[in-house]
Design a protein around this ligand. Sequence first.
Ligand SMILES: [Zn+2]
Length: 209
Amino acid sequence: MKLIFLGPPGAGKGTLADLAVDVLKVPHISTGDLFRAAVKAGSPLGLKVKDIMATGGLVPDELTIEIVRERLSQPDAKNGWILDGFPRTIPQADSLEKLAPADRAVNFEVADEIVIGRLSTRRVCRGCGKIYNVKTMAPKKDGVCDACGGEVYTRDDDKAEAIKFRLETYRKQTEPLIAWFGAKGKLVTIDGVGDPKVVLERFRKALGV
Ligand SMILES: [Zn+2]
């Protein structure tokens, strides 16, 4: 099954995708992770992406489409995938329809106030990428990863100014996709508020999986 996960930053798409992977047995492909890996590797693409991400901006369509095309061509993506963070614009969605059309676009609805609360308390491990939340899931020792002992920090794009900018960017550029997929009859809308396991059950029911 080929799925696109839509919803504002902080809607829990990444967490839900990780849970859904166990149900559907397809890879979770996050463009955010692909970009961060490129930045870490210091590749030419990574250098271009680095400055854009630090300010919460969107990576240009051509670069994004290229990196997604490359990832979808790998053997583990043959029988399906969950795309998280892509497409973010109508031109990207158009490119994907031509490359590998998704079966469904799943929109996780979460209000702005909830998103801001979630993102401003999010922390991530610099070593292994494990995600924490200082309110709901703090590391045992402040600033230190339980899993690998790495530094737990606030990502640049989770800082207050960047969060506001990401939400504005989302409303302006990505929200039109909801109508776009709706017109194609591919849209599934799910209430994204609550415990991830509860949201997963709503997802399974809505998709019959
Ligand atoms: Zn770690």
